[in-house]
Structures are given as C-alpha cells and as structure tokens.
Design a protein around this ligand. Structure first.
Ligand code: FCB
Length: 447
C-alpha cells in the first residue's frame, strides 16, 4: 500500500515528549457569574453591540465548569500526557485585587486533582485575557503599572494554592494579542484603538510576567515557570527592498519586541526608533525584572505572515490554502520558527503550547469528518519532528483545542476542536482528528 501523504513522521520523538491538548478558561468554562466569580473585560466586551460576530458571549460556552468530570474523562480517553488550561483571574479574585474567592480556587483544585488522578499533568496558564473588569474600570487595566503588580499578587495566590501539584506554570498567553488586538486595533477586549496605549500595555504585560515569575517561585512551587508567545515567521511577499523592510518590521513588532527583552535584556533598537513617540515609558529595573531566567518558552503557532509594503497586514500568500480563519496553512513555518528561536535566542526548552485549525466540519450521525484538520495536525507534528532532528530542544506539543469553543470575536462560528461541541445540548463528539490523535499518542508514547 502506498504511504499516506501525511502519515505520522517515522522519526521517534524524544523520550518524555509531552502530547497534550489545550483550552482557556473564558473560551470553555461558562458559569460566568457563578460561585462568586467577578466579571472580566471579556464579559463586558461581549455585551457591546457588534463586537462578537454572532452576538454570543462566554456566559455558557462549553459549560466546562459543570461538565468538568466528563471533560476530564475525555482527556483520559484521548490518552494525553498533559492538559493546558488557564485560570480565570476573576474567579480567584473577583475584583482583581484583595479578597480571594474560595469557591473559585476550589474549582481549580478539582481540575488539577482530577487530572492527576487520571495520570495527566496539569499545565496552567495564569492569564489568557480575562482581566478582572474592576482593574480595567479602576485604573485602565494593563495601561497602568498597577495591573502588573496586581498580577504578581494573583500569581502568588495561585502559586501557594496549586504550586504543589501543577506541572508547569505559564504567566501570560500571547501578550502581542492583548496589546495589539485589544489596544491598537481594538477588535478584542477592552476594545481600545491607540498605538501608544498598546505599546505601554505590552511593556506592562512583560513587566507583570517578570514580577509573576518571581512571585511564583517565592510561593515555593517546584514547577517550571515560563511564558507563551504567538509567533509567526514574517516573509516578504516579493524580493523588493520595501517588502523586505516591511517583513523585518513585522518580525520586530510581533516577535523581537517580546523575545529580545525576555532573552536579551533590551527592546529592539529598530522597533523603538520606528515607534518614536509611541514607545512605552520604561523605568529603571523593568528590563531586569522582565529578563528573569525562565524554565521554558511556549510557542503558539498557526501560520506565517506575508508582508507587503503596500498592504497593512496580510496573513496569507495569494492562492495559498487557508483555514476557516483565512490563515495560511504553512507547516514549514513551524520548523523555520523553531530553528530561528534556537539560533537567535538560545532559549530554554520549547513547547508548542498551541497549534490547530478552524475548519467547517462535516457532522453527521454521531461522526465528524475533519480530514483537513487531521492533516493540518499531522503535517505540523511532522514539522516539529523535523526541528527536533535539526537539533532544537522541543519538549511537548499541545493541540488547540480539545473542544470547539468561544473563539473570541468570531464567537462560536469558528470551530477549532478535535472534539465537536453541540452548543445547544452541550454534547461532545470526538472528531476523526481526535481518533487520529489518540492513535498517534498511543503509538508515539504518552509522556
Ligand atoms: C490563539 C489563542 C487561543 C485561540 C487560538 C485560535 O491566539 O491563544 O485562545 O483563540 O488563537
């Protein structure tokens, strides 16, 4: 029989390589106002007319809060070695500072203990975008340095409570998205459109990350501590000098702006020069705090970007295969990205903390056909294997996402899950891609 075009890579993955699945609190939990949870900026954003494509919200989402045991069993069925989830700050501290909400922490206790009971390692992310609304209203959220300090307090609370059982702590998920989509383009919460604000926010996020690293370690956790960035190779559309310069700038704003302070102790000079008056105010000691050594770097990879001097932003090469988000399918970009990180930053161990695709799945009679997603995942896993073969230290891979869920400004219209969720009934149905991943993990060793 001829080999399948995207058969699993023949190369074995290193011993201990972690296969996982990922979600985030706001996108799956629901129970938006239950058991003392405070509102987040995303709860408020969803209530603003026209912000979410289908007018929906995270109020119920996948109802994961109430279906915890079922979802834990699903993870066990899948055979993953780890589950990446996020903790909702407003569930833990409803007002973002001060009083701690015990039932909120108790939920994450149950989640963590339920994972451990099934032999699944808990990978926790502290901030996946659901800032307590009170912090936004009181002093402008991440625009203010205050928020970085409040974030460190919250990290200490979580570290003290869960730090004995969590296998990995990520401080932030994708600070670029929070800064740029939330504060420059205004398409994500809190919906601000001002570049100087966005750049100040990016600095306060990074500062908050650094302070939280110290806070987690001071809380006594033995878990590795790191951060998760969304990274895309930026390619020039043509060989013109203008397009090359645009690609370099996009790489500067999207990648080096975060990687350089984390690993080189400075912001990139060319980007600072480009920003001019929009550059953030930085205080003495900030860069030392941001550059605290970390134990791992999480990489979320979906696509490359193709830069053209004549266009503001373009995620796909003309004519290329794209997902339902319009994002180009480009697995080779993941190998390129991982090698580049290895070469330019000598980073700590890398994890692919998110990779996946939205497609319009064909659901019929208890089965869901998503061959395009299965192939996307298989090809990207092969791209990771290629990077490892070329000497990059990658320790794990997490599919985005375990479940179809609330895809931010796209609402429920874009489905990323390897498990289908019927949002009317809550019913979960593993898609063909989930069956494939399950077999793949079983064959490649569950770490
Ligand atoms: C990433 C987010 C994640 C999900 C995927 C599709 O940017 O971290 O929550 O929305 O994109």
């Amino acid at each position: 029989m001829p080999p399948e075009p995207s058969a699993p890579p023949p190369r074995p993955f290193p011993a201990g390589f972690v296969w996982g699945a990922a979600t985030s609190a706001f996108q799956v939990e629901g129970a938006a106002a239950q058991d003392g949870k405070g509102p987040s900026i995303w709860d408020a954003f969803c209530r603003e007319a026209g912000r979410i494509a289908d007018g929906s919200s995270g109020e119920v989402a996948c109802d994961h809060y109430h279906r915890l045991e079922e979802d834990l069993d699903l993870l066990a069925w899948l055979g993953v070695g780890a589950y990446r989830f996020s903790i909702a700050w407003p569930r833990v501290q409803p007002a973002g500072s001060g009083a701690v909400n015990e039932p909120g922490l108790a939920f994450y206790d149950r989640l963590v203990d339920g994972l451990l009971a099934r032999g699944i390692r808990p990978f926790a992310t502290l901030y996946h975008w659901d800032l307590p609304l009170a912090l936004q209203e009181r002093h402008g959220g991440w625009r203010s340095r205050e928020t970085a300090h409040r974030f460190a307090d919250y990290a200490a609370i979580v570290g003290r409570r869960l730090g004995d059982r969590v296998a990995s702590f990520a401080t932030l998920n994708e600070p670029w998205v929070v800064a740029v989509l939330g504060h420059e383009r205004g398409v994500f919460a809190p919906g601000i459109a001002d570049r100087a604000t966005a750049m100040q926010v990016s600095h306060h996020l990074l500062l908050g990350h650094g302070l939280a690293v110290d806070a987690l370690r001071a809380a006594g956790t033995a878990a590795p501590v790191g951060i998760v960035l969304n990274l895309s190779p930026a390619h020039a559309r043509t060989t013109s000098a203008e397009d090359a310069a645009k690609a370099r700038l996009e790489d500067g704003l999207g990648a080096r702006w975060y990687l350089d302070p984390l690993f080189k102790g400075r912001y990139p000079a060319d980007v600072l020069a480009h920003l001019g008056p929009d550059a953030p105010a930085i205080r003495d000691g900030d860069l030392q705090a941001i550059g605290r050594p970390i134990d791992f770097l999480g990489v979320n990879y979906y696509m490359r970007t193709v830069a053209s001097a004549g266009e503001p932003w373009s995620p796909a090469q003309a004519g290329a295969a794209v997902t339902d988000m319009g994002w180009e399918v480009y697995p080779a970009g993941l190998t390129e990205l991982l090698e580049r990180l290895h070469r330019d930053y000598a980073p700590p161990p890398l994890y692919i903390t998110e990779n996946g695709a939205a497609f319009k799945d064909l659901a019929a009679a208890g089965a869901v056909e998503d061959e395009d997603r299965r192939r996307y995942l298989a090809d990207h896993v092969a791209a990771v294997a290629e990077a490892i073969a070329r000497g990059v230290d990658v320790r794990g891979y997490f599919v985005w996402s375990l479940l179809d869920n609330f895809e931010w400004a796209s609402g429920y219209e874009k489905r990323f899950g390897i498990v289908r969720v019927d949002f009317a009934t809550g019913e979960r149905t593993p898609k063909r891609s989930a069956h494939w991943y399950r077999q793949f993990i079983a064959a490649n060793g569950r770490a």
